[in-house]
Ligand binder design. Sequence first.
Ligand code: NAG
Ligand code: NAG
Ligand code: NAG
Ligand code: NAG
Ligand code: NAG
Length: 760
Amino acid sequence: MALLALGLDPCSLLGLVFFQLLLLLLSPATTMDSGKGPMPRVKYYAGDGRRALSFFHQKGLRDFDTLLLSSDGNTLYVGAREAILALNIQDPGVPRLKNMISWPASDRKKSECALKKKNNETQCFNFIRVLVSFNDTHLYACGTFAFSPACTFIGLQDSHLLPILEDKVTEGKGQSPFDPAHKHTAVLVDGMLYSGTMNNFLGSEPILMRTLGSQPVLKTDTFLRWLHPDASFVAAIPSTQVVYFFFEETASEFDFFERLHTSRVARVCKNDVGGEKLLQKKWTTFLKAQLLCAQEGQLPFNVIRHAVLLPAEAPSVPRIYAVFTSQWQVGGTRSSAVCTFSLTDIERVFKGKYKELNKETSRWTTYRGHETDPRPGSCSVGPSSDKALTFMKDHFLMDEQVVGAPLLVKSGVEYTQLAVETAQGLDGRSHLVMYLGTSTGSLHKAVLSGHSTAYLVEEIQLFPDPEPVHNLQLAPTQGAIFVGFSGGVWKVPRANCSVYESCVDCVLARDPHCAWDPESRICRLLSNPNLSSWKQDMERGNPEWACAHGPMGRSHRPQSRPQLIKEVLVVPNSILELPCPHMSALASYRWSHGKAAIPETSSAIYNGSLLLLPRDGVGGLYQCVATENGFSYPVVSYWVDSQDQPLAMDPELAGVPRERVEVPLTRVGGAAMAAPRSYWPHFLVVTVLLALVLSGALIILLASPLGALRARGKVQGCGTLPPGEKAPLSREQRQQPPKEHRTSASDMDTDNNHLGTEVA
Ligand SMILES: *[C@@H]1O[C@H](CO)[C@@H](O)[C@H](O)[C@H]1NC(C)=O
Ligand SMILES: *[C@@H]1O[C@H](CO)[C@@H](O)[C@H](O)[C@H]1NC(C)=O
Ligand SMILES: *[C@@H]1O[C@H](CO)[C@@H](O)[C@H](O)[C@H]1NC(C)=O
Ligand SMILES: *[C@@H]1O[C@H](CO)[C@@H](O)[C@H](O)[C@H]1NC(C)=O
Ligand SMILES: *[C@@H]1O[C@H](CO)[C@@H](O)[C@H](O)[C@H]1NC(C)=O
């Protein structure tokens, strides 16, 4: 046989074949292709102890859809199905219920809802959709009220909710949607509620509306088709003079063979009072423009999902951050992008040219005609002329697009929500931190520090079962973000710096909230950014610079000294499994064996672990080395030794602390199995396959007298079996004819000599 001719002894051959087969069969659910774009450096599954989250839930309550933070940041108001709760979030740990009031839809509305063929088990309830702070003593809330929207004021006493009086409940059309599945948005500005939602039972009439307060109630005019009937609102953001609405609708200005979605920003002036003769009780300042979030040369991300404003400290301009997905799936996966828009750009587009619909060709073209002064649609004081209002009826779409800058583009994920804040790093600079909720219930923490694209510090799977993240509420004073979902409210601390166990890991993580404290040797939450001895390198994430005393070239020490050496004793006839935790998805991992190469014929790497078949000369130092950001460091170091002939320790490693550890074993010969491993069933399959392969090989060998001679000679000299152990290969070979290889597991039970059985 070729392999034998290559000079490999049969045990190496066995080892090799065994490992290769083991690997083939075990080939684990390799890290699923999580698409293009930045990878989260660390990933936590639901319930991972390294990222312990607090969870609030209340028996009998569902759909924790709306979150509102009190102005002092100590109370979280939650709108659930038919109830509103006040949670005390002041203390660390699980949020505590302060009190709760119920607000069910009336029985009459519920039966009407069921009569209209809506589901009385899932839809005919009061789902809270609007929850805002009205003044110091009152909240204002709206709900779907069994497909009959209703609103009410809720009194507060020491941030406890006072019961809702039935006669204080008013109609809420235009403020809350009818259908809990419909999108909506609302914001309270100067005592007035600006809302964007569906205004009818069928969900075919979108509306932008202003209610409450002293100013007249204003609406969009349905007849003028300022909004496409499928408009879906995701955010409302007030600015100095105007209120911006972010939404998505079918674009009618493009000729396209399929329904084309487009993202929009619309704006209305706060001082709008409606027209006198024309556009009575209607907006006279409604304008909308297209939002473009695209990477050059690629299909645009045309569906906006959520938008937030990050107020800026002067001199920089406030910016809008928004998540987008695409209507098209490329390669069967959805992709998402985060884009940022400056308010200045948005303002500029609204001051630019209008589009108008050419009635003859039914096409939208740039309006090049005369503009009156004051400009139609501007927030000028004083009543607009009839002429300007007539113009406004048809000129509500801006010619130019607002072009955003993509900060993060990622395929294979669908972002549904975001929250942003800035975090001050050790260097005093401020870094943008974005928390991105996905359609499958995970949270990405993305950081933008100086450069133009963001990286993902971590991904936390929040819910055990995938469901979209519907809302995120940052609570900066608590250092946490709250996530409401169907079953309760999660409290997610901004970071758990203690998961980074070394300075290297702490620095490579590039989490602006974490820094290494060399004194206590702990990666800590950065609370007071004036600790000159702490280590962080947000700019480059270079541990060599941050973790050593001052800067030094990367080439001097390619690899740092291990912090701890784990001592492992060889057990005869067993495969040693040396685990290596793959903490960072951005690192590449490899195994090293002192200065020598890993003995290839008696080792294999499975799921990051090094599997070692003990043979002579296999002992020594084994290190799992991670390389990340151009820096290599040992993740774990093992000293493999045998009891009989202890090896002399490398003098270079003197002084490194040592610890005796047990590692998982798989027995491959000899007596009973030591520790049954989780992949024991796979092992059985392997042995069966190996039996097939080797019996085939034996047939070939026996067919050639020379080969048979050579084989017999080699087989008997199987070197790794300790003295006294029977030589299974040769014995079984003689006892059983090649055809009768046994394959059932029961055979193995009676004859524990597995390798022998296989070769038969
Ligand atoms: C943070 O991580 C450490 C180390 O993995 C763990 O022991 C601790 O419980 C974690 N704490 C939280 C709040 O997740
Ligand atoms: C829904 O209606 C069915 C009959 O139409 C009734 O049996 C059921 O109890 C109702 N469910 C609820 C939650 O009211
Ligand atoms: C807050 O608003 C409510 C509802 O309009 C009103 O009754 C109450 O007097 C207001 N409280 C204050 C302090 O303005
Ligand atoms: C910050 O540290 C410097 C010295 O490193 C010190 O002079 C200064 O007073 C500190 N500032 C604060 C606010 O603690
Ligand atoms: C891969 O290794 C990790 C630990 O390093 C372990 O948690 C995981 O269960 C292993 N996967 C399989 C399929 O063995």
